[in-house]
Design a protein around this ligand. Sequence first.
Ligand SMILES: NC(=O)c1ccc[n+]([C@@H]2O[C@H](COP(=O)([O-])OP(=O)(O)OC[C@H]3O[C@@H](n4cnc5c(N)ncnc54)[C@H](OP(=O)(O)O)[C@@H]3O)[C@@H](O)[C@H]2O)c1
Length: 262
Amino acid sequence: MELGLSGRTALVTGASLGIGRAIARELAAEGVAVAMVARDAARLAAAADAIAAETGARCVPVPADLSDADALEAAAAAAEAALGRIDILVNNAGATPMGRIGESDDAVWQKSLALKLMGYVRLERRLTPPMRARRWGRVVNIIGRSGHQPRATYIVGSTVNASLLSFTHALAQECAPDNVLVVGVNPGPIGTPRWESLVAQGAAASGRDAAAENAAAIASTALGRLGTPEEVSGLVAFLCSDRAGYITGTMIDVDGGGTRCI
Ligand SMILES: NC(=O)c1ccc[n+]([C@@H]2O[C@H](COP(=O)([O-])OP(=O)(O)OC[C@H]3O[C@@H](n4cnc5c(N)ncnc54)[C@H](OP(=O)(O)O)[C@@H]3O)[C@@H](O)[C@H]2O)c1
């Protein structure tokens, strides 16, 4: 399917690994010039170089810690300076740990809120006004199914994700008159470095071994397997295109049928 994205520009966060890297690659393969953000500068540069070599697209590494408001502003400005403008924003960087209420002190809450809630909010507040002025833009928030199916063992992530579901709906209403579309994507268990870390954390907390923990998560899906980053990135590229021009203010689960609610 021709997505018509060639010539567009994007900023993708958490782009050096996992889902974000797959999204950066997918957009680059569609002819999008991509600014890629993550903290580890060497790993990010290697990812940008590899994707640029594979796709021929311009890939600009912009190292930054997005939980820091000043660093986030500098990254947004650097991405705009490098690419001229940002048409597409994919908010994906998140690192909330597993944990029950008693295991999650203020520092854990604040760190998760600073990155996954305020990081998304600040980039959208910064980058949607120019999109609105040009009357074309796309924002995709990678959230997570715990936002509408909360888990006691992942209480911080569930709460942050629920906030992002609400924020995504509200921002979509705000931006729709200017043809800036805002959607959420809720991955289920996707095989990434973060997934391996969550399984290890879950195993440590439950006393099960990692294989049993992983098997329990897989059993929670209808398809009976983990998803791949590419099964998320394909949807994101479609949502960024004009083929998805009538989709805004909604959330799409990419979870192997694991979310059982209406
Ligand atoms: N994998 C799943 O099963 C799953 C399920 C539901 C939702 N999600 C969500 O999907 C998103 C991506 O998950 P993933 O599994 O692909 O994660 P991942 O494999 O851990 O990759 C995370 C990416 O974010 C970057 N990052 C982390 N902290 C950052 C910070 N403070 N500032 C800037 N960049 C930062 C990492 O690079 P650096 O460490 O170098 O900064 C890396 O590029 C997350 O929001 C996650 O909550 C994932």
